[in-house]
Design a protein around this ligand. Structure first.
Ligand code: FAD
Length: 455
């Protein structure tokens, strides 16, 4: 209510950094939901009432307590690069910007402990002198926070080696502040971290993370051209299975998607499929041999550079490939799929042939439940929501899982991205009144809130 908001504002003013200017609040309340014409119609215009810029865990606790006591909704935000409105406040209230909690506590024993608000490219830059890097990052590494990745993302560059975030061991620990009048601070380890991982900020506020690391390697950005998309996909799989090749990214993409990669025109021959890869420098000879066997032609080999002013190849992969298209043509959108590991190439071939003119295949090789398989982020020509749902249903009927990116609730969109865990039960502990972006976790109902409140 306006009264509750006013009381909250006067309590927090002078104590934490507030942003009140409506245009700035509205801008900060958005993410990349507009990729989906369906979500754009549903979420465009939603906004918080006020933004709080947290600078410390003490700030987070003060805001959590104030929201709980005044009954004001709270939505957590990192870099605001989510695709399903994860950081869009559905019912107004406070938007809590976590990008100020960006301090690295320590790096040791193959792990790092850090504030959640650090951008992942800065994190890797800080880890480099110790000869280590984070195991995986989204293609938004340069703009997204590690906390937003854990709470809203699923995997990316590096998932070919380590699987997605949902796999055991990919997150070592998380420190979480609860949304209560007297907030608790919980230290989650082991499988308990999945109470808060990929929960879209509905089950507590992450104030620190402990992440396992990988040995840093000099990565080479590579593009290979192929006459045929399936040859690119076969080659990617062979590279993935070859233990002699160090890899971090394997991305087969069908023509005409590369026609939108304007920055890569010289390396993407007209009419050809491409394979984008990140290969460890010392294993390039083995990689080149695989490519030659598969009939591919290397068009670019250059050291990875994701510093200011340069564009790494990973910004053409994962969901960045969709962004490259949307820059010039908004009539396209995308899907997120997972092919079965058994009969993988048959499944890939069947789906590549199934929707001519409507779907352009784009695959990402990942480890899933201990096996290499292809996830897909195909480009999709949008006509109607009915047709979109029919295409999704056809995939599912063919054994290809879809994590639907055109829905905004946690439950509807996260199949095969979330670990099996009782997030609803965890929410009753961490957000008993259901104030964390109400409506995002739709299985939490007012009855849940009543049931979790003390008698
Ligand atoms: P935000 O968007 O700010 O937040 C994401 C979610 O996390 C929200 O629900 C928010 O409430 C919650 N949250 C944020 N911080 C905290 C916290 N401290 N405590 C509790 N909850 C919190 N995703 C992938 O997984 N892989 C990809 O390769 C990938 N590629 C992308 C490419 C493009 C072009 C775009 C636009 C998006 C892509 N994404 C991808 C989605 C998104 O960029 C990532 O998931 C990213 O890691 C989100 O981080 P963020 O800091 O922007 O989080």
């Amino acid at each position: 209510s306006p009264e509750a908001l006013a009381a909250l504002r006067s309590e927090l003013a002078g104590r934490v950094a507030l942003v009140e200017e409506p245009s700035r609040v509205r801008k900060r309340s958005r993410d990349f939901f507009w990729y989906s014409p369906v979500l754009n119609a549903q979420l465009n215009g939603l906004s918080a009432d006020v933004v709080v810029e947290a600078g410390s865990e003490a700030d987070v606790i003060a805001v959590a307590s104030a929201c709980a006591r005044h009954g004001v909704p709270l939505t957590v935000r990192g870099g605001g690069t989510g695709n399903y409105g994860q950081a869009v406040p559905l019912q107004g209230g406070v938007l809590l910007d976590m990008s100020g909690l960006a301090t690295i506590e320590w790096q040791r024993d193959g792990a790092v402990r850090t504030g959640p608000g650090i951008k992942m490219n800065r994190l890797d830059a800080e880890l480099a002198p110790g000869g280590e890097e984070i195991r995986m990052h989204p293609s938004t590494k340069r703009t997204a926070t590690i906390g937003g990745f854990i709470a809203g993302g699923s995997g990316g560059i590096g998932s070919v080696n380590y699987g997605q975030l949902r796999e055991r061991g990919n997150i070592r620990a998380a420190r979480v502040v609860t949304l209560e009048a007297e907030p608790k601070v919980l230290e989650l380890t082991g499988d308990r971290v999945h109470g808060v991982a990929h929960a879209y900020g509905t089950t507590g506020i992450i104030t620190a993370l402990e992440m396992p690391l990988a040995p840093a390697r000099p990565w080479i950005d590579v593009i290979v051209a192929f006459d045929d998309f399936l040859a690119a996909a076969e080659c990617g799989l062979a590279v993935g299975r070859d233990a002699a090749i160090g890899k971090k990214l394997i991305t087969p993409i069908a023509w005409p998607l590369p026609q939108w990669f304007t920055g890569l025109k010289a390396y993407c021959p007209e009419g050809q499929a491409i394979l984008i890869a990140m290969i460890a420098e010392d294993t390039l000879p083995a990689f080149r041999a695989r490519v030659a066997e598969a009939g591919g032609r290397i068009t670019l080999e250059t050291p990875l550079d994701d510093g200011p002013g340069s564009v790494p190849l990973y910004e053409y992969t994962w969901n960045h490939s969709t962004l490259q298209v949307l820059k010039t043509d908004r009539s396209w959108t995308y899907l997120q799929s997972l092919h079965p590991a058994e009969g993988l190439m048959e499944s890939v071939a069947a789906m590549a042939a199934r929707f001519p003119g409507e779907i352009v295949p784009h695959l990402e090789l990942i480890e899933f439940a201990g096996k290499l398989t292809y996830a897909g982020i195909p480009l999709l020509k949008f006509t109607t929501e009915e047709r979109l749902n029919a295409i999704i249903a056809e995939h599912e009927a063919s054994g290809v899982w879809i994590a639907n990116p055109h829905v905004y609730t946690l439950e509807d969109g996260t199949r095969h991205k979330r670990a099996e865990t009782d997030q609803l039960g965890f929410k009753r502990l961490t957000d008993p009144a259901g104030l964390m972006n109400p409506g995002k976790m739709r299985s939490f109902t007012p009855a849940d809130a009543e049931a979790s409140l003390p008698a």
